[in-house]
Design a binder for this molecule. Structure first.
Ligand SMILES: *Cc1c(COP(=O)(O)O)cnc(C)c1O
Length: 499
């Protein structure tokens, strides 16, 4: 059997009619018993402006048609439960079902944020415990659970940075950010009102001390760095960088999106990090495709605790309280107490792998994630260009340089992966690599899965040489063929029609 036939996951479903097209007058899902009370005209009991002139044009269909329609639609979605998801930077690890079970416990899912504190004790204890675990793996003194995503956490962190400087009446204006950074980093700094100073990526893919030395001065409020960086490489100069930043009384902000690679091995606070967010939906596993939901708890060093957003969960006696009494707080970040159900999943995940203050199990996740990425790097070497071919962390960045000779680009390779039943890897990010393909296998995949994926990648590399025309028109085996992406941007067709 060829690889194409062998691969599961491709959904070869014919175009199917919409529910509206399948509507049949009089077809219904259920019927109500005959009325046992007198019938009253709506116009007799409702104000005129609340009554429609015409019956809405809802499709009339049987219940099982509705069910099949939506289940089929759900099957057209690629998901972590249906296949390997090599999307780099996103940490698409398996989402254990126990997380969902715990989040569904009625005592958790039915909580109302307006209940008095004494009824919210279980919720407070969950946030408190999660905070303690995050403090133990990061070395940071306290966490806020207000931010609802990584980017939201960045915003909270940068506001805290600003509050720190303003409290000292210092008028610092600039924040250093590596040019390989995630787009949210410069965007956040700009929103908080700082000028962004890009740090170039050095020849070995990391930030060089000499470059920081050239850029640093008394106007620098801080630095925002991702470690490991978005090339999947460990920032080896991080200690020295922290020292330089602290010398000008700057704050070291770490974007913790890539924490999966180093947790349990090194504590960011020990590297000199002052503030950091954690994308718990990535590192601690919550389904997060399609833009959410997420949570971005932010941890700070001891003297920055007073700037945290409100409220902060604290222990008092045998119970827990929301502390609203922080005179220097940066304010509120979200309604109520953050994306609570994500915090529940994160804690469930940590406890279900055996994580305690002793971080052995957390460390095992990180080392497996790093091993898996390096395994892929080794297997794909020679078939794809690897711009920084040294030991990587949890993700590996390739480029389309070899395939360019055959007129094949990263986009073609990504599209062809869909024909083989895989979600494409992250493409064209980070921006510092031309034609970047970023692959993050995570720790939760078996060697067999990684091998099958690498076999497909190698096969695609061969096709790029022998039959480039196939790649140019891919995908052809999924339910939507290649879109005209430019036209989709310029003339979006937002209403479906069979024509
Ligand atoms: C995902 C990511 C972010 C943004 O996090 P969201 O939770 O998507 O807002 C920031 N930086 C890096 C490096 C990331 O990978």
């Amino acid at each position: 059997m060829s690889l194409l036939e062998d691969t599961v996951g491709s959904v070869l479903s014919p175009e199917e009619a919409t529910l509206f097209e399948r509507s049949h007058p009089g077809r219904i899902g259920y019927s109500l018993p005959t009325l046992t009370v007198p019938r009253v005209e709506a116009s007799k009991v409702l104000p005129k402006d609340q009554i429609r002139d015409a019956v809405l044009d809802f499709p009339e269909i049987s219940e099982n048609e509705v069910v099949r329609h939506f289940v089929r639609l759900s099957q057209k979605n690629y998901s972590i439960d249906t296949g390997f998801y090599p999307l780099g930077s996103c940490t698409m690890k398996y989402n254990p079902k126990i997380n969902e079970e715990v989040a569904k416990i009625p005592g958790i899912s039915n909580l109302h944020p307006l209940w008095p504190e004494k009824f919210l004790q279980p919720a407070l204890s969950i946030q408190f415990q999660l905070g303690q675990l995050l403090s133990s793996v990061t070395g940071l003194a306290a966490f806020t659970f207000q931010p609802n995503a990584g980017a939201h956490g960045e915003y909270a962190g940068m506001k805290i940075m600003r509050a720190y400087h303003e409290a000292k009446k210092s008028k610092k204006t600039k924040v250093l950010i590596p040019d390989s950074a995630h787009g949210t980093n410069p965007a956040t700094c700009a929103m908080v009102g700082y000028e962004i100073v890009p740090i170039p990526t050095g020849p070995s893919g990391v930030v060089e001390i000499e470059d920081i030395e050239k850029l640093i001065d008394q106007d620098v409020a801080g630095i925002m760095m991702t470690n490991p960086n978005t090339l999947g490489l460990y920032e080896k100069n991080i200690h020295k960088i922290a020292e330089l930043i602290h010398k000008v009384d700057g704050i070291f902000y770490m974007d913790g999106a890539n924490f999966n690679a180093i947790m349990g091995i090194v504590r960011p606070a020990d590297l000199g990090v002052d503030i950091m967010h954690i994308n718990v939906h990535k590192t601690f596993s919550t389904p997060h495709g399609g833009g959410g939901p997420g949570a971005g708890p932010v941890g700070v060093r001891e003297d920055l605790k007073k700037f945290l957003p409100l409220p902060v969960v604290e222990k008092k006696g045998d119970g827990f309280i929301f502390n609203y009494d922080l005179p220097h707080t940066m304010g509120r970040m979200s309604g109520y107490f953050g994306n609570f159900s994500i915090h529940v999943r994160a804690l469930a995940y940590m406890l279900s792998i055996g994580a305690t203050e002793d971080s052995t199990y957390i460390q095992q996740m990180a080392t497996a994630a790093v091993l898996n990425a390096n395994y892929i790097r080794h297997r794909l070497r020679g078939h794809y260009d690897i711009p920084f071919d040294t030991t990587c962390m949890h993700e590996v960045v390739l480029s389309d340089k070899i395939q360019e000779d055959f007129g094949i680009k990263t986009l073609d390779i990504a599209k062809r992966l869909m024909d083989y039943g895989y979600h494409p890897m992250t493409v064209y990010f980070p921006l510092v690599v031309h034609g970047a393909m970023m692959i993050e296998p995570t720790e939760s995949e078996t060697k067999e899965t990684l091998d099958q994926f690498c076999d497909v990648m190698i096969q695609i590399a061969k096709e790029a040489k022998s039959t480039p025309e196939i790649l140019k028109t891919a995908p052809t085996r999924v339910f939507r063929e290649r879109l005209d992406e430019l036209r989709a941007q310029k003339q979006p067709r937002l209403r479906w029609s069979r024509a």
